[in-house]
Design a protein around this ligand. Structure first.
Ligand SMILES: [Zn+2]
Length: 386
């Protein structure tokens, strides 16, 4: 990727960020504290025309405590870290395009090929993230070592470093900084309610095998869609060490030539232009708001601010049920509803549908085993029946 392409990319992404509604962006609080967030974007780079086509723009640094998923019913987004929202967004855009193709419209991203769809191969996928993904890749990042959790001395025998006692290959957040190459849960304050969501490093690492497609889109396309480039501003040499270990070494030695689902490694690039609302100093506070903007086509976009996993303003406290229509377009329920418009013969719930995907489940199981020898810790089941 040359410098002029990187400049065009960051100009496009930052210009679009400035167009987001003020409610979708960090604010300066009434006490004067400035909020910060992470920005992510998925862009298709057409290598034949050199055209850059924005697909998603997202912000966010929050993940829900596992216990809150009890009343989700597919409405709530568990993991609102920006890069994860963008990946969800890509899947929603793909579902929208398939629906349109079925209604006789053209798509600039997909072709129809007999009964399945193909991602147009001239569209290379670039995932931009404004800072290093949380988890293993960023364990070498000097700035993140300022995190209070890293000053917290942890003895290697201390069970509190683990997400679950008995599983010594999944660590809790940033605890025990010296351990490298481990699966970690999303970082958070040590006294906060526990989230079982895995770090963005672990999720991106897995996507190199499973692809960006989720359980709903995986069978609709005849080939998986991988990240071609990961672009992160201001990377230093130590960051590249973490990147190499997290995204390559962890998988590379373990796959055989003959394995069918071998990893497809992305190329990591860096650039100078930093994101305006990145964290600049320790007085700043992370924004509770997340947001996603989907670019279905030139004249059709959709922007949603997300708070506590649902559309901003829809969250209900305690056991009070969530209101109808609170689900963001990129939520499980949002995507499931779109899928049911495409395949009107589908019966049963989302989890029943997912349970039938034996080959995909096996592929995921193999990567999880490679990343965490002691087994996997699952997040709470979250089904949608409607
Ligand atoms: Zn993250």
């Amino acid at each position: 990727m040359d410098t002029s392409l990187k400049n065009r990319l960051t100009t496009l992404i930052y210009d679009e960020y400035r167009k987001l509604k003020p409610s979708s962006r960090p604010v300066v609080k009434s006490n004067g504290t400035k909020e910060w967030t992470v920005l992510a974007s998925i862009v298709a780079w057409n290598t034949e025309t050199d055209h850059l086509r924005l697909i998603t723009l997202s912000t966010g640094v929050k993940a829900l405590p596992d216990i809150l998923l009890l009343k989700s019913g597919g409405n709530m987004i568990h993991d609102c870290h920006a890069e994860i929202l963008s990946i969800r967004g890509l899947n929603t855009v793909i579902l929208n395009h398939i629906k349109n193709i079925e209604q006789g419209r053209l798509s600039d991203l997909l072709d129809k090929d007999n009964s399945k769809y193909t991602w147009k191969s001239e569209n290379k996928i670039i995932l931009y993230i404004s800072r290093m993904p949380c988890g293993d890749a960023s364990m070498d990042t000097m700035e993140d070592q300022k995190d209070p959790a890293s000053k917290f001395e942890i003895n290697d025998n201390d069970p509190s470093q683990y997400l679950f006692e008995g599983n010594t290959t999944i660590l809790r957040g940033r605890l025990n900084f010296s351990k490298k190459g481990y699966v970690r849960s999303k970082p958070g304050r040590y006294d906060s309610q526990i989230t079982l969501s895995k770090s963005c490093s672990d999720k991106l690492c897995m996507k190199q095998v499973t692809s960006l497609l989720n359980s709903i889109t995986y069978d609709l396309l005849n080939r998986p869609v991988y990240i071609d480039y990961l672009l992160i501003p201001s990377l230093e040499r130590t960051d590249f060490n973490g990147i190499e270990r997290c995204f390559k070494t962890r998988l590379n030695n373990k796959y055989q030539e003959s394995d069918i689902h071998r990893p497809v490694f992305f190329v990591v690039e860096t650039c100078d232009n930093q994101f305006i609302d990145d964290k600049k100093n320790d007085d700043e506070t992370p924004s509770a708001m997340s947001s996603i903007k989907l670019y279905y086509d030139k004249s059709n976009t959709q922007e949603q601010a997300i708070l506590n996993g649902v559309k901003n303003g829809s969250y209900t406290k305690g056991s009070k049920p969530l209101p109808k229509g609170c689900e963001p377009a990129v939520s499980r329920l949002g995507q499931w509803k779109l899928y049911k418009e495409i395949d009107q013969n589908v019966t049963g719930s989302y989890l029943e549908f997912k349970g039938k995907q034996v080959a995909r489940r096996e592929m995921i199981g193999i990567v999880r085993q490679m990343l965490s020898f002691d087994g996997w810790i699952h997040t709470r089941k979250d089904d949608c029946k409607s």
